[in-house]
Design a protein around this ligand. Sequence first.
Ligand SMILES: CC(C)(COP(=O)(O)OP(=O)(O)OC[C@H]1O[C@@H](n2cnc3c(N)ncnc32)[C@H](O)[C@@H]1OP(=O)(O)O)[C@@H](O)C(=O)NCCC(=O)NCCS
Length: 165
Amino acid sequence: MVELRPATEADAEAMGRVWASAWRDGHLGLVPEELAEVRTPESFLERAAARVADTTVADVDGVLAGFFMVDRDEVEQVFVDAPHRGTGVAAALLAEAERRVAAAGHPAAWLAVVDGNARARRFYEKAGWHDAGPFDYAARDGARTIPVPCRRYVKDVSGGAAIPR
Ligand SMILES: CC(C)(COP(=O)(O)OP(=O)(O)OC[C@H]1O[C@@H](n2cnc3c(N)ncnc32)[C@H](O)[C@@H]1OP(=O)(O)O)[C@@H](O)C(=O)NCCC(=O)NCCS
């Protein structure tokens, strides 16, 4: 059974492990080499520890199966550990991320996905997101940023709330 709950410091290590390995699955060979070089396993452990407060995890029978982070109207990270892909864990995480964005008062959510990440793109499209075009995502490495060619995906999360016409 999937339980979605706020991450705690005790989750940071598992978050970092899942993030490192799922990031490789979704990005290796599809992003600039200079980004792949700095996205080491240690870097994910550090980033996970720093982002615990922003993270919601999916707990499956006591195992951290995946997580998401939201920053204002951006669904920043959706990562699911390989054994839990195709099980509905990712859909539960994404639906909750959308609810968070809506609850913060934003009518639409957005996220960045690299062009060649076909599985993620299919997953988002199944969930009602659409491709709003190409842009360069500014991936951070400490103080510097590395431009990563991405697609911007968007979804109306207003739930049919009246939008003045
Ligand atoms: C992206 C991710 C969260 C999606 O979760 P998931 O459990 O794999 O998603 P689902 O299995 O529900 O959906 C994936 C869909 O892509 C399809 N798919 C799988 N491999 C594919 C490929 N190479 N090309 C196109 N579609 C593919 C699946 O068949 C499925 O579609 P279907 O349900 O119509 O059959 C997960 O795969 C993941 O963590 N990937 C690695 C990290 C990542 O890329 N995160 C997103 C960063 S933007």
